[in-house]
Design a protein around this ligand. Structure first.
Ligand code: TXA
Ligand code: MG
Length: 323
């Protein structure tokens, strides 16, 4: 039996299978099976009322999960799926509460990874079955971008980990809410606001609006999330040399993630060179944070990237990691 066939069999039996996507590794369960979905919350230590994204093999399965689907959703699906965009749509009535967090909407996406798609096709079949899959980390921790990270995070809590190598995008999908009166970004990601606006013919409302009574809950919007255990600070490029000197004077072992070359070499300083562009920076970000976290330094200092639109999703994750 192939790994995919075995994974699909485990999922049908209500077990958890972690699988690679282009963004981060997901912790998958049959989205129609409440007992299986309950195992996700137990394995992650995640609060029960946080909704999960349902992963589909194909946009043709949208109608099985969502209703009153606006044209905008079909257009965006055609433009970006498979890819790192999650659409929040009005749910079909039979979507279970454990998926929606009891809300009237459901999050859906078709991931762009050959193993994920093969698994979804094998599992989903003709009846449009989907896999609920949050990032395969313990609640509040750094998302995994390799199969090894998943094993570190979840150990025996997961029946199987499909290894598809390192994730190419490296940070979670853009989440766009199309269930309300106007399109709104709930979580920035590498599918940019501009790319979405170009398809919609209208700019979506930006992330970080003041929540209204109907604003969906998004745990990624909790202040501290995606966080290493070591305290993390963002420091502008102008402040980096000062921060290095300060660490040496205070005799505090400090890890740096920066695109500038190491200015001073000293035993108190660990320096990791970061890519100077957002895409490679995002790809390497979580693995770098994990490695720096494992050094057991007093703090991690990250050179703050420029506050330009291309860096927005990366900056969002760094701010959350800084707490
Ligand atoms: O890239 C990704 O999206 C990854 C991969 C595995 O697909 N998944 C991921 O899942 O990041 P998770 O559970 O860590 O984050 C999903 C986010 C949460 O912030 C959740 O609140 C939000 O999606 N979400 C899911 N369904 C929602 C809904 N109906 N309304 C509002 N937010 C929803
Ligand atoms: Mg997550």
């Amino acid at each position: 039996m192939t790994d995919i066939a075995r994974a699909a069999e485990l999922l049908r039996a209500g077990e958890l299978v972690a699988f690679p996507t282009e963004t981060v590794y997901g912790l998958g369960a049959d989205a129609a099976n409440p007992q299986a979905v309950a195992k996700i919350f137990a394995a992650k230590g995640r609060p029960q009322d946080h909704p999960l994204i349902v992963h589909l093999a194909d946009a043709k399965q949208l109608d099985r999960w969502a209703r009153d689907i606006p044209d905008a959703a079909r257009k965006l699906a055609a433009a970006f799926w498979p890819g790192p965009l999650t659409l929040i749509l009005k749910r079909q009535p039979d979507v279970i509460d454990a998926i929606t967090g009891g809300q009237g909407s459901v999050g859906l996406r078709v991931p762009n990874h050959p193993l994920a798609l093969e698994l979804l096709r094998t599992f989903g079949g003709a009846d449009g079955g989907g896999l609920a899959a949050p990032s395969a980390n313990r609640f509040g921790r750094i998302s995994p971008t390799t199969a090894e990270h998943v094993r570190e995070e979840l150990g025996d809590a997961v029946a199987m980990v499909l290894d598809g190598g390192a994730c190419q995008v490296g940070i979670e999908s853009t989440i766009l809410d199309l269930s309300g009166d106007e399109p709104a970004i709930l979580r920035p990601g590498m599918i940019s606001v501009d790319a979405i606006a170009a398809v919609l013919g209208q700019a979506p409302a930006a992330a970080g609006r003041a929540p209204g009574p109907n604003t969906p809950r998004v745990p990624g919007s909790l202040d501290s999330h995606y966080a290493p255990q070591t305290p993390l600070e963002l420091v502008s490029s102008d402040g980096l040399v000062f921060a290095v000197r300060n660490a040496i004077i205070k005799q505090e072992r400090t890890a740096f993630l920066a695109s500038m070359a190491q200015p001073i070499h000293h035993e108190m300083i660990s320096w990791r060179l970061a890519p100077a562009d957002p895409e490679p920076f995002a790809r390497a970000l979580y693995a770098s944070l994990r490695e720096l976290d494992a050094l057991g330094c007093a703090r991690i200092i990250v050179q703050a990237p420029p506050a330009t639109p291309g860096w927005l999703p990366v900056l969002d994750r760094l701010r959350r990691a800084a707490g």
